[in-house]
Ligand binder design. Structure first.
Ligand SMILES: [Fe+2]
Length: 282
């Protein structure tokens, strides 16, 4: 059996482990979780539940927005929900209204289905067979911030995870600022990763060349962050193996799905998005 990292859309990944369980990172938007994530699970993977849903932070746009809809769509068949301690507070200066609305929706669904909720920070980890999920952020000092003293508590305290299986690893960061990502990386005993989802916020990259060298990925998933492509070029990192297939030509990455499987030390592109879209429209 293989570990498969399915890059679904934007920052959303499905992690299929050798035990046959599936973990979801980020939940996209409500309509996307319903129209993309669930059809993908059911029709492409033949899986009807999630072992875990991992949300980096309580911002609607692409991160937490689809979580309540996803739980409802799965009739509560999610065994564990991982998040940070920092929810959106409703401060009109810093809060986008849908953050509050959809966060409440999410909490209603968690309660309705009695889903185990693990508040996580750096140092925590969980296991699925031989696959290890290490929570690498937020660091202690950001895990319980004084909400009054920071303008961006959700971003600064975002959850980051490194998933390891043998000598393979996949690293994902939330919307931290550059300094925050750097702190997390320099705190790690092993900051390297085989596949690195380049952290960004909108079109703003959250890493620089030094950080990219620290992670030293074989492959990177830059999503729509145009600056990230320049970084990859500058650092001579081989992302072309991803991009030179029919799945990666669109630099914005918005309407593409990359599925990479890791099996016996080899990387395989398995499917592309057109088939999934077609299936989901049946
Ligand atoms: Fe954010």
């Amino acid at each position: 059996m293989a570990l498969k990292i399915h890059w679904i859309h934007r920052s959303c990944y499905l992690i299929e482990t050798p035990t046959g369980k599936v973990h979801c990172i980020e939940s996209l938007m409500p309509q996307e979780s319903r129209n993309i994530i669930i059809p993908y699970l059911y029709q492409k993977l033949g899986v009807y539940e999630l072992e875990s849903l991992i949300i980096s932070h309580y911002h609607f746009n692409g991160h937490m927005g689809g979580a309540g809809t996803l739980i409802e769509g799965l009739n509560g068949r999610i065994n564990n929900f991982y998040s940070t301690n920092v929810i959106s507070t409703g401060n009109p200066e810093t809060t986008y209204e849908p953050d509050i609305l959809w966060q409440e929706r999410l909490f209603d669904e968690l309660e309705k289905y009695n889903i185990n909720h693990e508040i996580s920070k750096a140092g925590d980890s969980f296991q699925d067979g031989e696959v290890t999920f290490d929570i690498i952020g937020p660091l202690d000092e950001y895990a319980y911030p004084n909400i009054e003293e920071t303008d961006y508590p959700n971003d600064e305290s975002g959850l980051d995870v490194k998933i390891s299986y043998g000598d393979f690893s996949f690293m994902f960061h939330g919307d931290k600022f550059k300094s925050g990502v750097e702190e997390v990386l320099t705190n790690m005993s092993d900051p390297t990763a085989t596949i690195f989802h380049i952290p960004h916020h909108g079109d703003v990259s959250r890493i620089d060349s030094d950080m990219l060298n620290l992670v030293n990925p074989d492959f990177a998933t830059p999503e729509q962050d145009r600056g990230a492509f320049d970084l990859l070029d500058d650092n001579n990192i081989d992302y072309h193996q991803l991009l030179d297939t029919d799945i990666g030509r669109n630099r914005e990455g918005r309407d593409r799905i990359i599925i990479k499987g890791y099996m016996d030390g080899n990387y395989n592109i398995v499917e592309n998005v057109e088939e999934v879209v077609r299936i989901s429209k049946i």
